[in-house]
Ligand binder design. Structure first.
Ligand code: FAD
Ligand code: UDP
Length: 382
């Protein structure tokens, strides 16, 4: 009955489904465990009428024109450029640490000299990961690196990962490099914005195509099995393509043990006032148990005088208990070796494809996963 089965309805699954249905004229079935579409990008209105992100703040940003053009078929954009500040002992300073932050921390005169040194060492506009900055032998640059490490990265990273910046994969802290520029933006991508009506309406449009069947509230692990080189769907041999975007360890009943993740506990609070904080996101880099506070109105541009909803993010270990959500894969050699063992179980099943942040045990931004989903669809459509 179906040409392809897609497991999971986040960006990975929804984009592939749309492409196979529209360009390949296929009958596509999407199976989604949750009661809603959109994966972790799902948004909804809370009881007070404020558009919130249930699974953490999501801001769209990309320099990939093909991705921007593709998603623009399904949404218009609210032109939002994300700026974050860190609360350091009550002072708000721009993050990533940049030349404006330098001036605020060191004062006009001292920062002028340091600024020239940073520019001549790294070049104007460059992006220097904190662990690279720390390697510089120059005394002044060392002092800046120590300040940034201690006040921006160390405590935040300990909260987020339970490990120091040196202990985690360097690509993680490199996502927020020291910027040798006056750009206060959190991202430096060409295209940035929020879907004008929200992420969920974007997904509704993406999935609005005749030959897509959506099964919500359904765990694909109960419907799909693999045996002797054959895929079975609801007990019947299935010879079409399967694109799987869920956790691969769970698909194999964690037979080699669970892939480790960090999880998050989100605490929402509503206030009867117009503003809670200076920016949509404030990072708590030296104090508090939560890592950051998001004030949603400031992300989406929603006009709601005298009401605002905020969310505090408390990082927690992921134990795999029901109800817990695996958010961040913990990239290290041991975990990647375990992941590779699960992938080996798929040898002999060329029609079973892994895609997305869970199935590939990898961090993806929205644009990167949309791009990867479009590429996989191209491959599947020949
Ligand atoms: P998901 O969105 O997680 O979708 C996977 C879906 O598969 C889920 O809906 C899940 O329920 C379903 N599923 C799993 N197992 C099964 C099963 N057995 N049966 C059926 N369904 C199943 N990216 C940005 O570009 N900008 C941001 O600002 C940003 N902020 C982020 C903030 C946080 C806190 C986190 C954790 C990530 C953020 N990201 C951001 C990354 C973004 O969330 C991902 O790029 C995106 O969610 C990846 O989409 P996906 O489809 O791979 O995964
Ligand atoms: N980070 C930090 N302090 C900050 C912002 C980020 O230490 O103020 C580190 C932290 O380890 C975090 C990583 O940089 O996990 C990546 O940050 P990003 O904002 O990209 O994390 P995400 O949005 O994925 O939670």
């Amino acid at each position: 009955m179906y040409d392809s089965i897609i497991v999971g309805c986040g960006f990975a699954g929804a984009v592939v489904a749309r492409e196979l249905a529209e360009r390949g004229n296929q009958n596509v079935c999407i199976i989604e465990k949750r009661k809603h579409i959109g994966g972790n990008c799902y948004d909804l209105y809370d009881n007070e009428g404020i558009l919130i992100h249930q699974y953490g703040p999501h801001i769209f940003h990309t320099s990939k024109k093909n991705v921007y053009d593709y998603l623009s078929r399904f949404t218009q954009w609210y032109p939002y450029k994300h700026e974050v500040v860190a609360n350091i002992r009550g002072e708000y300073v721009p993050v990533p640490f940049n030349l404006n932050t330098l001036k605020m921390v060191y004062g006009e005169e001292k920062s002028a000299k340091l600024r020239e040194k940073l520019i001549s060492t790294y070049g104007p506009g460059s992006r220097v990961p904190i662990l690279k900055l720390k390697e510089n032998a120059d005394k002044d640059i060392q002092a800046i690196a120590d300040y940034v490490y201690e006040n921006i990265f160390l405590h935040y990273t300990l909260k987020q990962w339970g490990q120091t910046p040196e202990e985690i994969d360097p690509s993680v802290t490199a996502r927020v490099p020291v910027l040798i520029s006056e750009d206060n933006g959190y991202f430096q991508d060409t295209y940035q914005g929020m879907p004008l009506e929200g992420f969920t309406p974007l997904f509704e449009k993406l999935l609005d195509y005749p030959n897509i069947t959506l099964m919500l509230d359904t765990d694909a692990n109960e419907l799909l099995t693999l045996e002797n080189g054959q895929i079975y769907f609801q007990g019947e041999p299935f010879s079409g393509q399967v694109v799987f975007t869920g956790p691969i360890d769970e698909f194999f009943s964690c037979c080699y043990g669970q892939l480790p993740y960090r999880s998050l506990n989100f605490v929402f609070e509503h206030y009867e006032k117009s503003d809670y904080q200076p920016k949509a996101v404030v990072n708590y880099t030296v104090s508090e148990d939560y890592t950051r506070i998001t004030e949603f109105k400031k992300l989406t541009g929603q006009k709601m005088p005298e009401h605002t909803t905020i969310m505090k993010e408390y990082p927690i270990p992921y134990s795999g208990k029901s109800g817990e959500i695996p958010y961040y894969s913990i990239i290290n050699d041991e975990n990647l070796a375990l992941y590779a063992k699960y992938c080996q179980l798929l040898e002999g099943y060329p029609n079973f494809h892994l895609l997305g942040r869970l199935a590939e045990y990898k961090y993806y931004n929205i644009d990167a996963i949309v791009d990867k989903a479009l590429t996989l669809a191209d491959t599947l459509l020949g």
